[in-house]
Design a protein around this ligand. Structure first.
Ligand SMILES: [Zn+2]
Length: 264
């Protein structure tokens, strides 16, 4: 079993729900299109009045469309974040608060458990990792901030605002994402990769991750094969990936990692 699968975790109780259902935005837009059309067809009744009405209607529509466009950042996302309750996580033994936004995102693979492609299998994978980390490793919780399954869902581990146990020296300033599966020789499905990207983008939008965050693979901060050659080569093509952390960050002690300092 790779060192990466022998990972870590604790917990943050931040529960994230999808704020703007996609279907609502779509219906709203259809209504706006209809409203615009009816406004322009009423000009013959009383030009002055109708111009005024059209003008105000235009302002109203513009405001709504503008707002809808803003909302779209979320509404177009298919991101589905599974809460700890939903995957029946055990409570953490201890939660160490982590300041946000964090400057790093670190990618892992689980190696074991193997890839999962259904909610039932991915829940089982999350539970097995938490059990291993808490019982065998003696850590506070599952080590990762999030797990991402082949069911294209993001599972809340320690979450956005709790110190993790996945990458020495970086646990108190990074979001650790475990891509469930062994990605040494093959890549995760495109949809699973997309879920990772959406989770990171959502973290940025929520102010949990710095907009100019630095993306790393676990192997860049520790001697490990994690996150697997195939997945590592993939994330190296992502815009925020950096070849190595800034020198000033390399040897900083992770003073908040506590018992979790012994990891992976
Ligand atoms: Zn790892």
């Amino acid at each position: 079993m790779s060192p990466c699968s022998r990972s870590i975790i604790s917990q943050n109780l931040l529960q994230l729900n999808h704020p703007f259902p996609t279907c609502d935005i779509g219906q709203g837009r259809r209504h706006l299109d209809s409203s615009l059309f009816s406004g322009s067809s009423s000009v013959s009744v009383n030009d002055s009045l109708c111009y005024k009405m059209s003008f105000f209607k235009f302002l109203f529509v513009a405001a709504i469309v503008s707002n809808a466009t803003f909302i779209e950042g979320y509404s177009l996302s298919n991101l589905d974040i599974v809460t700890r309750d939903e995957w029946q996580a055990r409570p953490p033994k201890l939660v160490e608060p982590m300041p946000n936004p964090v400057p790093y995102v670190i990618i892992h693979h689980s190696y074991q458990p193997a890839a999962c492609y259904t909610p039932k299998a991915c829940i089982k994978a999350m539970q097995s990792m938490q059990r291993f980390h808490q019982d065998d490793r003696g850590w506070n919780d599952i080590g990762y901030s999030f797990g991402v399954g082949g069911d294209n869902r993001a599972y809340t581990g320690r979450g956005w605002s709790a110190v993790g146990a996945h990458s020495p020296h970086y646990n108190n300033r990074s979001i650790g994402i475990c891509v469930i599966g062994d990605w040494t020789e093959k890549l995760p499905p495109t949809s699973q990769l997309q879920t990772i990207k959406e989770l990171i983008d959502y973290g940025v939008q929520k102010g949990m991750i710095q907009p100019n965050y630095m993306l790393l693979g676990h192997r860049q901060v520790r001697d490990t094969e994690c996150p697997g050659d195939a997945l590592f080569n993939e994330i190296k093509t992502w815009p925020h990936w950096i070849p190595s952390p800034p020198n000033e960050d390399v040897q900083v002690e992770n003073v908040n990692s506590g018992a979790n300092a012994v990891l992976l």
